[in-house]
Ligand binder design. Structure first.
Ligand code: SF4
Length: 365
């Protein structure tokens, strides 16, 4: 593409604010990407070579946030493939061993009283650092109605479960009707006290957070939502309105980001992100250490650097604007702070899980 042809005023065609239009118009090829950015030779080759490894899909809305000429744009780096994804010999497909923690398809139980229910294999777009890249966009992980019913029945027969996180993929990609049915079924289980939704749609497709959706969610309180902003550039007017609609519906909204090299691993960016989230009444909840996940070595930050970053925020902003920096492990989430962070052993960092088990996380300096 001739670089002079890159549009400076981004197109906002009719239908732009309709979430189903955005889903239909998603970018899936280099040619479609060229409407928004000047892809580098690396990005072009990566789109072609990674096509069968991990899906490449971007909503026009999220694409409109990308810097057309800067390959290091923090939005662009999250969703446009790079050849660096092919240079990660240590990365694993399932670093949290989630398959081994599944009593039935797409239920993941790590703790006695909580579970993650991957109700959907689809997202509005696919983040290059996604922990579930083995399953998102993959037809084998789709949940048909019968499979959802099997999982719901397992929860019904397991009275220790009091807290269910609907995740995926993204549960809000479901239609309002399907989501209403699912929440009604779960709400009818007496021992399920809390329903949580993990969704990135306020970030990647904020038009999905309609008044009609909020009315569905309100019917099933207590509902909590955790979303996933990684950079202040994602906090647009549209995203702010989506968060506002959720909070007005009585839903506490938290944010879970991932610490990503070159995207949010500096104090100024993380501070701006967290302070702007708080202004939107979104609580910075967790910031995850990036996992030892296939194709993501270029995103990982040494744990010591992450610890130093969050230490630098202490005393310099409101306490509730500072998320807890955590490592997810097959034994559960572990805060990367005293007394859980036990120290270094060579190229590993040793942490202690909630139940006293020790986990060694490979984390080269
Ligand atoms: S939205 Fe979440 S589940 Fe979907 S690809 Fe991104 S990180 Fe993965």
């Amino acid at each position: 593409m001739d670089s002079a042809a890159v549009p400076t005023a981004r197109p906002r065609p009719e239908g732009w604010c309709d979430w189903s239009w955005q889903m239909r118009q998603r970018i899936r090829s280099v040619e479609e990407l060229e409407v928004w950015i000047e892809p580098t030779p690396d990005e072009r080759e990566a789109v072609a070579r990674l096509a069968d490894r991990f899906h490449f899909v971007i909503t026009p809305y999220y694409a409109s946030l990308m810097d057309a000429r800067d390959p290091d744009c923090p939005i662009r780096r999250q969703v446009v493939p790079r050849l660096a994804e092919l240079r990660d010999p240590a990365g694993l497909a399932d670093p949290l061993d989630e398959v081994a923690h599944s009593p039935v398809k797409n239920l993941i139980r790590v703790y006695p009283d909580r579970l993650a229910f991957c109700v959907n294999n689809e997202c509005a777009l696919y983040c290059r650092f996604c922990l579930r890249k083995r399953m998102v966009g993959e037809p084998d992980w789709a949940m048909r109605r019968r499979e959802l019913e099997v999982a719901i029945e397992w929860i019904r027969r397991t009275p220790e479960i009091r807290d269910v996180l609907l995740t995926g993929g993204d549960p809000l990609v479901f239609s309002d009707e399907r989501l209403d049915w699912l929440l009604t079924e779960l709400r009818a289980i007496p021992h399920v006290e809390i329903l949580r939704l993990g969704t990135r749609l306020p970030v990647t497709l904020p038009f999905r957070i309609t008044d009609a959706l909020c009315r569905v969610l309100e019917r099933h309180h207590p509902i909590w939502v955790n979303t996933h902003f990684n950079h202040p550039k994602e906090l647009t007017e549209e995203a702010a309105e989506a968060c506002d609609r959720l909070t007005r519906a009585g839903i506490p909204v938290g944010n879970q980001s991932v610490l990503l090299r070159g995207i949010n691993d500096d104090v100024a960016t993380m501070k701006a992100l967290c302070e702007q989230l708080v202004r939107l009444r979104v609580r910075p909840y967790y910031c995850y250490q990036a996992q030892l996940l296939e194709g993501t070595a270029h995103f990982r930050v040494p744990i010591e650097e992450g610890v130093a970053l969050f230490r630098a925020l202490r005393g310099r902003t409101s306490g509730f604007a500072i998320p807890q920096y955590v490592l997810d492990t097959p034994y559960g989430k572990v805060p990367l702070s005293h007394p859980y962070l036990r120290g270094r052993d060579g190229d590993d960092v040793v942490v202690e899980a909630w139940d006293g088990r020790l986990w060694r996380e490979p984390n080269p300096r």
